[in-house]
Design a protein around this ligand. Structure first.
Ligand code: SF4
Length: 452
């Protein structure tokens, strides 16, 4: 159910497109992002990423001023690119636009072509331009569109035995977990993007401007010859799907599955891997699945009391909603800042969601979310840390998940995917409900209900 009668966003439940691009490009080996726009945009992205991942994050900016805004930002962009190459010596530069650059009509494809033709220092560098006006979508679209542009720019026709995995916006620890699952199938793969080290690097005395790790250019090239693609993104529009491009351009079979959170979604991911490899899951995975079933039985009696508001980027909201539905929690409110009609459509189709029990809002803000949270008698919030002010004002606890988590450590290490990750996450949700119950049951029993 969409609520469209206000045009003003108060605390939007989203970030802008270049934010998603910044995360995607951090997963490419020796890559740096150049943001064509005013300086504040790159500061905003760096601040979000540095407090969530607890890593130093460098993002270059063309620092458009009044002059560049009026006469065009060509000189700023080219000077910025020269400085960036000298300072960082990257292999890849993602060049993304911002609100300002798009509004003044900057043609970054042309500017980059000119720069490459003019500058000797640019000849060994791969440039990947992506149009990401801040107002053109959210971090969700910016993230997936950047992956698609990388593949469009680099993937080559060929034939190899690899499987492409297009990862959703997961944590570095979750990317490590995906790799463990892939390795348990003994397959060779291209994982795009790979932030497992670049945004969660081991301690080192020497500062590296561009940390080790990330998907290599050669891996992206070989995606054009892989035997299959598994894309983690159930709600994705085809226009921003890298897997769709690989299927259309190179006829690579595409399996699109949800982020593997919750029993059904993890099963679908594992089944897709079994299908493309022809191999059975490792016994350790089967055991972990059995433990998950056991954990679900253990906690279901407590979860029936849960009425959850789930918010964040659409893929995460979808997968967490399914985890709730599998475990008897009512997903009373599902909210995302992106525009999508697929959330409701898929939840009805795949999980028999009864829409009369659930309000679904897209393109929304936290003011609207808070209204619904109170109207719908929600007793647990599940989402990123921007929802914490509802906890502060209304006392409803927040289980933190997704991006960004600014007010806790460990956002980059959180694992909610796979059977074991889902169990830990479910335990956290159940224990939050128990905590709330035990901290208020005397008051509920005597003060609210006893009228004698
Ligand atoms: S919304 Fe626009 S101006 Fe604001 S940070 Fe994003 S790109 Fe920059």
């Amino acid at each position: 159910m969409a609520r469209n009668f206000i045009n003003l966003d108060v605390n939007p439940c989203k970030m802008c497109m270049p934010m998603g691009a910044a995360i995607a490009f951090k997963g490419i080996e020796k890559s740096i992002l150049m943001m064509h726009g005013s300086q504040g945009c790159s500061t905003y992205m760096r601040r979000h990423m540095a407090t969530h991942y607890n890593e130093p994050v460098d993002i270059a900016s063309s620092s458009l001023t009044e002059q560049g805004t009026v006469y065009g930002g060509e000189n700023n962009l080219k000077k910025g690119l020269r400085n960036t190459i000298q300072l960082y010596q990257p292999k890849v530069i993602g060049v993304v636009t911002t609100c300002l650059a798009e509004t003044i009509g900057e043609d970054i494809d042309r500017l980059i072509n000119e720069f490459v033709a003019e500058e000797e220092i640019a000849k060994d560098i791969t440039f990947i331009p992506v149009a990401t006006p801040g107002y053109g979508g959210t971090e969700y679209e910016g993230y997936y569109l950047s992956l698609r542009k990388m593949v469009e720019r680099l993937a080559e026709e060929g034939s190899n035995d690899k499987v492409n995995i297009i990862a959703g916006n997961l944590t570095p620890a979750e990317i490590r977990r995906i790799k463990e699952i892939l390795e348990s199938f003994s397959i060779s793969y291209n994982l795009l993007p790979d932030i497992s080290k670049t945004l969660d690097a081991p301690y080192s005395k020497d500062y590296q401007k561009l940390p080790d790790g990330g998907t290599t250019i050669e891996e992206i090239k070989s995606m054009g010859g892989a035997k299959a693609t598994i894309e983690l993104g159930a709600l994705l529009d085809e226009k921003i799907s890298a897997g769709q491009f690989l299927e259309d351009e190179f006829r690579i079979p595409l399996y699109r599955v949800a982020l593997p959170i919750g029993l059904a979604n993890v099963d679908k991911f594992i089944n897709a891997l079994s299908k493309v490899t022809g191999a059975k899951p490792d016994p350790k995975l089967t055991e972990a699945r059995g433990r998950m079933l056991d954990a679900m039985v253990d906690s279901h009696k407590y979860n029936a009391q849960g009425r959850a508001a789930i918010f964040g980027q659409p893929e995460l909201v979808y997968s967490i909603a399914t985890l709730c539905l599998e475990n008897g929690l009512v997903p009373a409110l599902l909210a995302t800042g992106a525009k999508t009609s697929k959330l409701e459509e898929l939840l009805k189709k795949d999980f028999g969601l009864a829409v009369e029990d659930t309000v679904i809002i897209d393109d929304t803000d936290f003011d609207t979310i808070r209204d619904y949270v109170n109207k719908l008698d929600v007793n647990i919030l599940i989402g990123h840390s921007d929802g914490k002010f509802i906890t502060e004002r209304d006392g409803i606890p927040l289980v933190r998940v997704g991006f960004p988590i600014h007010d806790r450590v460990g956002g980059q290490r959180k694992v909610t995917i796979g059977y074991d990750g889902s169990v830990n996450f479910l335990d956290e949700i159940t224990n939050t409900l128990l905590d709330r119950k035990y901290s208020s049951y005397r008051e509920d029993m005597y003060d609210k209900h006893f009228t004698g």
